[in-house]
Design a protein around this ligand. Structure first.
Ligand code: MN3
Length: 245
């Protein structure tokens, strides 16, 4: 690069002095500057594959419900989550679990759509066809220790879903005290949202009781939907969630 071009690029053409002799000889330590932490780019979330046919859960859940629920509802949450994250730098580089643990009252779009993404991602796995239809091993022991028996747990879980007013979820989670706990949340909230929910923990089983999850097939019979889906829970998937904690 020619000198004139260099001077032009550095913006000092015509000043006459390139480097002040005072500055050039200044060996004083520089004051420590407040360096802003690097802003990490937002994670871009994608709609996970269902992993099985829309017909695979019939007759408990019909194919049209599964298709609309996965492609349109869950897909919509993912699209809107990514859009909401684009409006802020607060959640840069975070996993969905980290985002949900960090959100507060004012993060409405991330709360609704991030919750929607996490909740449905869990749901598709715990109702996947195949797998044990009853808990066993360490998970069965934990259920017995926490609730007394599977039947007591199952009644609490079904009640949590049936009594949820409006839209929401029933959860089986590992609570902050290490015990398993049943809870229910409104909308797309879940027990990971430590700043927002009463019963905090890490969910290992979730049941969607929004009307979009059952209305085409069950209409107003939410309790029937709950009992049919509880009968097809993939307890191997739930046990894998439990073992990962
Ligand atoms: Mn849903």
């Amino acid at each position: 690069m020619k000198k004139r071009e260099f001077l032009k690029l550095t913006g000092v053409v015509g000043t006459g002095i390139l480097v002040s002799p005072l500055l050039a000889c200044n060996n004083e330590p520089k004051p420590v500057e407040n360096v802003e932490p690097a802003i990490l780019p937002n994670t871009v979330f994608i709609l996970p594959e269902l992993g099985y046919a829309f017909t695979a859960l019939e007759p408990a859940v019909d194919a049209m419900t599964m298709e609309i629920h996965h492609d349109k509802h869950h897909g919509g949450y993912v699209t809107k989550l990514n859009a909401a994250l684009g409006e802020t730098t607060t959640f840069g580089g975070m996993t969905i679990e980290q985002i949900l643990a960090a959100i507060g009252e004012n993060d409405t779009a991330v709360r609704n759509n991030g919750g929607g993404h996490f909740n449905h991602s869990l749901f598709w796995k715990v109702i996947a066809p195949g797998g044990a239809n009853q808990p066993s091993g360490a998970l069965a022991e934990a259920i017995n220790a926490s609730f007394g028996s599977y039947d007591v747990f199952a009644q609490q879980f079904a009640d949590a879903g049936a009594k949820r007013f409006g839209s929401g979820w029933a959860w089986l989670s590992k609570g902050t005290d290490g015990k398993l706990v049943v809870s229910s949340t409104p909308n797309q909230d879940n027990p990971l949202m430590a700043n927002l929910v009463e019963v905090k923990g890490t969910p290992i089983l979730g049941l969607d009781v929004w009307e979009h999850a059952y209305y085409l097939q069950y209409q107003n019979r939410r309790a029937d939907y709950i009992s049919q889906v509880m009968a097809i829970v993939n307890w191997d998937a739930v046990a894998a969630n439990f073992a990962a904690l």
